[in-house]
Write a protein that binds this ligand. Structure first.
Ligand code: FES
Ligand code: MG
Length: 585
């Protein structure tokens, strides 16, 4: 970065704590020395927080304490002083009822850690699904210089000669086990497969979608999001984060200088070209809301129409993140999409995105396709088959719903069938084993009360299992609808994020068993064939379900969470109203 106006020492935020020649300053220095630190170690230099979402119940982040050590080396060598701080660890598979309920909790924690402590900048260490938007949302609101250091991805795995991936193949094998094609012993043996190393899911799930979006928005070092966690290069990347953040403090390179309408768009272009997770549609709204940037679901639909899916990764394709890394990773992908990007957008390197990706070669055109040879192509029967995302409207979802056509069955993207409705996830799961369930392959399975308020937390229930009766007949996909989400590692013809959700009186609440539903992705429509007068009559008798929580965080969540199309942030956290620095006394 040329012509950077460097901060003066007295402008460092941490100086307010450590440089004051009064009793408070004395106490701050004294308490650092209590840990065995000499005052020369931390005084007069940028103090860098390392917000670490490591925990022993966050397997994707199992290596992050070691990586924090590498970050510290980098900070020290660049003349800063690093301090590692634990932050809420959201291990996707472990946390119940759903990590989504705690994303905003982490966002609050990240923002307030940065605000309440003597920090000049921070390295954010996360990667498992919600940790990325959570940390970034908090950092956007606090607006200190930060670099996002993604955990890196799991290694590839192969099973019986086939490439197998986290999440995607779990569901495939579960279906085969359910109908007896896989035996008990093999099922148990499979527990040790598909996730064979620390790191985030090796498919294009929510983790890799979000780390890639954040890199494309300029908040990570180039190539960081596709590095395997167990690659020695990942340790070097962590070290480089430490070096670079220290300089960023002197340059005052804050998120508000990086996140612009252009860089937000760059993130969305990456999302679509990767065939990323539908979850990103929610997180992007929330991040844009924190940055004060305009974004609507329809903007995502428009960019999806323009950007072909180029990355051949599960669940849309058949490769894994390690292959994507060998092919050149995100910089190589972005370099194929230059005309669609804001190349002038500034990044954490102090250079523009265009400069960062200049000359990045793609080493494997099968894994990262050229724009004229995308992963999925439109056919005359199904022009939408290649899209990473489509945003639907209709009398079932006036505020929107999403579907990922590239991971769906093309013939179901235009479909009419009768509704079979479940009001709770438990009822739905129990019914799926019922040999007498009144269902056929054309039935539309509906799950409601799975939204942000209803569940609460909008869990990943939206990939409803196929009823066992139909699995036995060879059925592997059906049209499914919900106000819930779906794991980015999953596939199927699932309409998700129906908004407004049933629990707040969205029209989904008025649907009845047997009503005919029509999905037409080409027209971006999702409708129930019920006359408006009948809907009004049903609305007159509708009663809101009782809120599940009378106290605690979940109560706050149900009271404050916004709808899916608004990002599910808490209403009181949105926006850019200034928050004063804490007084020091
Ligand atoms: Fe952590 Fe998939 S479970 S990234
Ligand atoms: Mg996931």
């Amino acid at each position: 970065m040329t012509d950077v106006k460097r901060k003066a020492l007295e402008d460092l935020r941490s100086q307010r704590w450590f440089a004051a020649d009064n009793m408070r300053g004395f106490a701050h220095r004294q308490r650092m020395q209590q840990q065995g630190l000499d005052r020369e170690e931390f005084m007069g230099r940028p103090v860098i927080g390392i917000l670490n979402t490591w925990s022993e119940l966050s397997p994707c982040h199992a290596h992050l304490r070691e990586r924090a050590a590498a970050v510290k080396r980098g900070v020290l060598q660049a003349g800063g002083y690093p301090l590692e701080l634990p932050a809420l660890s959201l291990g996707e598979v472990m946390v119940k009822p759903t990590t989504m309920m705690y994303r905003n909790f982490l966002a609050i924690e990240a923002e307030e850690l940065l605000r309440s402590l003597p920090l000049d900048g921070a390295v954010l260490m996360g990667g498992c699904d919600k940790t990325t938007p959570g940390l970034v949302m908090g950092a956007l609101s606090m607006d200190l210089p930060v670099i996002y250091c993604p955990a890196g991805t799991m290694l590839n795995d192969r099973y019986k000669g086939q490439t197998v991936g986290a999440g995607t193949h779990t569901r495939k094998y579960w279906d085969e086990y359910a109908v007896g094609n896989i035996g008990r012993q093999e099922w148990i043996a499979l527990e040790a497969r598909m996730t064979r190393a620390p790191g985030t899911c090796n498919t294009m799930g929510t983790a890799s979608t979000m780390t890639a979006i954040v890199e494309a928005m300029g908040l990570s070092l180039p190539g960081a999001s596709s590095l395997p966690a167990m690659d020695a290069g990942h340790t070097r990347m962590a070290w480089a984060c430490g070096r670079r953040i220290t300089d960023m403090v002197w340059e005052d390179l804050r998120p508000s200088r990086l996140l612009t309408q252009g860089s937000l768009r760059n993130g969305i272009v990456a999302y679509m070209a990767l065939g990323g997770s539908t979850n990103a549609a929610v997180h992007l709204m929330a991040m844009a809301g924190r940055a004060g940037l305009a974004l609507a679901l329809d903007d995502l639909d428009a960019i999806a129409r323009d950007v072909p899916v180029l990355a051949n990764l599960f669940p849309s394709g058949d490769r894994l993140m390690e292959d994507f890394h060998y092919a050149g990773g995100l910089p190589a992908l972005l370099n194929k999409l230059r005309s669609r990007l804001d190349l002038g957008a500034m990044t954490v390197t102090g250079r523009s995105l265009g400069e960062n990706i200049d000359g990045t070669a793609c080493e494997d055109d099968e894994v990262i396709r050229d724009p004229d040879r995308p992963l999925k192509v439109a056919t005359p029967e199904c022009p939408e088959a290649g899209l990473a995302l489509a945003v639907l409207r209709g009398n079932l979802c006036p505020d929107g719903a999403v579907i990922k056509p590239s991971a769906a069955t093309p013939r179901l993207l235009r479909h009419t069938g009768r509704a079979l409705i479940f009001d709770t996830n438990e009822d739905m799961l129990a019914a799926m084993n019922d040999p007498d369930l009144d269902v056929d392959a054309d039935t539309v399975l509906v799950l409601r009360n799975g939204g942000p308020v209803g569940a609460p937390g909008m869990p990943e229930w939206g990939n409803l299992p196929i009823p066992k009766k139909l699995l036995r007949q060879g059925v592997r996909d059906m049209l499914r609808l919900s106000d819930a989400r779906m794991s980015g590692t999953h596939y199927g013809t699932c309409v998700l994020h129906i908004s407004p959700e049933a629990a707040v009186g969205g029209p989904l609440a008025l649907l009845r068993n047997g009503d005919r539903i029509t999905l037409d992705v080409g027209a971006r429509r999702l409708d129930m064939d019920v006359p408006e007068t009948e809907l009004q009559a049903r609305r007159a008798t509708w009663r809101a379900p009782e809120r599940t929580y009378a106290r605690g965080y979940a109560k706050l969540y149900q009271e404050q969470v916004t709808q899916a199309h608004q990002g599910c942030d808490f209403a009181f956290l949105q926006g850019t109203a200034p928050t004063p620095e804490p007084p020091i006394y």
